[in-house]
Write a protein that binds this ligand. Structure first.
Ligand SMILES: *Cc1c(COP(=O)(O)O)cnc(C)c1O
Length: 355
């Protein structure tokens, strides 16, 4: 049976990227040696690194004064890299979920943290709106898409101080104005590849202001100086990222994927709003286009396990909600085909008929 993969991350990848990854394991670039077995100092690999960076620059229109880095350790490592490299005395954070909270915890190791607003009072089901960004902080940190709660900051906000964004789960899902950000980071395993590599896009002039001495590997300037090859980079995840970006470019880039993403999200939210069995959990204006969270309506609360089983039998994978929210979450990232969303909608309609 065909499976429809709604996993929150790692998650579905574009089929062509998976196919070329399989081929590259057998034989990388016609060298007769597999990608897992090559040296990262071979010319063929150099080309992949350069092309990957170039694809990022093209897809997001990244200006020359920004560096693009590919680092190990995932987004959680950036939670402490960011304050280590940017916080002189104080940083401001918007607390929109548990990833933001984890980032705040790490930042506190390096100085003072001002939480400018939080939506914890309503279990992070909305994005706080009326807050003031303090001008005496070194940067303002936001999480653009809250993977667990299904809320999203869908526009580029204006910040009087360098804006730092964890875009792990919505990067490349829409056009963004890079010049509004000082630094953007995220783990690859939601929209841009498999687990094992993080991306960092940083305006170079915001670095080098802190006095603390940084371990070599923790200093962004080390990686900028060496083109993300100071040490062995995560070769295979970067290769799959390269293939994923190629797929996105061929499809028409971020403008094209944004249209598709809007359409997919609309299909699913419309069904949630229409179907008597389900209710969405996120505030409507803040609904994420990437992670769609919903629960059973009160009168049908006892049907949750039944729906999960029903959906499982229809080939739906990964729709159980995060343990801190419960209910269901369908992650419909870039690579999730419209056909899968249509299948889930049909499954919800069919289940409704039983009541
Ligand atoms: C998944 C996720 C993370 C954690 O990423 P890791 O690479 O596992 O450290 C951080 N922030 C957001 C918004 C995420 O979705």
């Amino acid at each position: 049976m065909k499976k429809h993969n709604f996993n929150a991350g790692p998650c579905v990848l574009p089929r062509p990227a998976v196919e070329s990854a399989i081929e590259a394991i057998r034989d990388f670039d016609g060298t007769g040696v597999g990608i897992l077995e090559i040296s990262h100092r071979t010319p063929g690999w150099d080309r992949i690194m350069q092309e990957t960076e170039q694809l990022w620059r093209e897809l997001l229109n990244i200006p020359d004064d920004y560096a693009v880095l590919f680092l190990g350790g995932g987004a959680s490592t950036e939670f402490y890299f960011v304050p280590a490299n940017l916080m002189v005395k104080k940083a401001a954070y918007l607390q929109t979920g548990s990833w933001a909270k984890k980032a705040i915890k790490e930042a506190k190791l390096f100085g003072e943290v001002e939480v400018v607003a939080s939506s914890e009072d309503k279990n992070y089901t909305y994005i706080p709106k009326n807050y003031t960004i303090p001008t005496d902080a070194d940067y303002f940190h936001i999480t653009t898409n809250n993977t667990i709660y299904g809320t999203e900051i869908k526009t580029d906000i204006d910040s009087p101080i360098p804006l730092v964004a964890d875009m792990s789960s919505d990067i490349l899902s829409r056009p963004i104005d890079i010049s509004k950000y000082g630094l953007i980071y995220g783990g690859a395993q939601k929209n841009v590849g498999p687990a094992g590599v993080a991306f960092v896009i940083v305006r170079k002039d915001i670095l080098g202001k802190v006095e603390r001495s940084l371990p070599t590997m923790m200093d962004y300037r080390t990686h900028i100086g060496k083109g993300s090859m100071f040490n062995t980079p995560p070769v295979f995840p970067i290769f799959v990222m390269h293939e994923t970006l190629k797929w996105l470019k061929k499809l028409g880039g971020v403008e094209a994927i944004q249209k598709i993403n809007k359409h997919k999200a609309e299909l699913l939210y419309n069904e949630i709003d229409r179907n008597k069995l389900f209710v969405g959990t996120a505030a409507k204006e803040d609904r994420s286009l990437m992670n769609v969270c919903f629960v059973m309506a009160d009168e049908y609360k006892d049907k949750e396990a039944e729906f999960l089983k029903f959906a499982d039998e229809k080939g739906m994978v990964g729709i159980k909600g995060h343990r801190s929210v419960g209910g269901f979450r369908a992650s419909i990232y870039n690579a999730c085909p419209t056909e899968s969303v249509e299948a889930l909608v049909a499954c919800m309609q069919e289940f409704e008929k039983e009541f």
